[in-house]
Design a protein around this ligand. Structure first.
Ligand SMILES: [Fe+2]
Length: 260
């Protein structure tokens, strides 16, 4: 039986499926237009994840490390410790300021004009792991910057794939099935401090295997700076859809305001 996706950051896709159901019911003649309206958030199949060595020079990297060290511990969010083995901090002012300075470069690398969406600092502990997932289109583009680490921790990327347009059929072992899916052509990239990867997480499956559990106290401090196409903030936000598409019934979708 098909169901809403269960992977991390799939709440947006669940809202999109629910919205398509509503449009098919109340304005079926507009369904194709509705689907095509999201093309700005879809990624060209020509793009592949880019490893960008030494994007952050040593002085700036030192500054970022100082900023991170000075973050009060009560800003740490704990809700992903069990699932990812990490502390996170969203939209910390100094990190948001850094993200703003990278807009032009990310636009160049992405091949389209972008604007900042949101960001978070991810402090992976020795329990670090990242299950396979597709991000919400609010993270169409991600600049993943390595700030510090015990040793390189590869991340695997598929090629660009179309969004699953229907609710997927997920077996209990869906994580393993995605990793083993030969059509996804996973490719491994590893970062050194100061390096970054630009990827399109909403259209590329990605994951990190668990850090080795070998008694070594491993860690990995990463920045995730998310960008969207310039001007796409309205459509990327599901809460805007009832007004944007002039379909009031879309407001009846549960938790639409929480789907980002
Ligand atoms: Fe992701």
């Amino acid at each position: 039986m098909s169901d809403n996706p269960k992977w991390y950051d799939s709440v947006w896709l669940a809202a999109y499926y629910a919205a398509k159901d509503v449009v098919a019911r109340v304005a079926p003649a507009r369904l194709e237009e509705f689907v095509r309206s999201f093309d700005v958030l879809r990624t060209s199949p020509d793009f592949s994840a880019q490893h960008l060595p030494q994007v952050i020079d040593p002085p700036l990297l030192g500054h970022i490390r100082d900023v991170i060290r000075a973050i009060p511990r009560d800003k740490y969010e704990l809700h992903e410790m069990q699932s990812f083995g990490r502390f996170i901090v969203h939209d910390y002012p100094e990190i948001t300021a850094l993200q703003a300075t990278l807009v032009d470069k990310v636009s160049e690398w992405a091949g389209e004009a972008v604007e900042p969406s949101y960001n978070f600092l991810s402090l992976y502990t020795r329990l670090g792991v990242c299950e396979p997932h597709l991000d919400s289109p609010s993270a169409k583009w991600t600049l993943d910057i390595c700030v510090d680490q015990s040793d390189p921790w590869p991340i695997q990327f598929s090629q660009i794939v179309p969004w699953p347009e229907q609710r997927p059929l997920l077996a209990d072992a869906w994580r393993d099935e995605i990793k083993a899916n030969g059509s996804l052509q996973f490719r491994s990239l590893a970062l050194h401090p100061g390096d970054a990867i630009l990827f399109s997480g909403s259209s590329q499956w990605h994951y990190r295997n668990p850090l080795p559990r070998d008694g070594v106290k491993r860690f990995c401090d990463l920045l995730f700076l998310h960008f969207i196409p310039r001007g796409a903030r309205q459509i990327v936000t599901p809460a805007n859809w009832p007004v944007l598409f002039d379909i009031p019934e879309l407001a009846e979708i549960p938790n639409l305001d929480r789907a980002m």
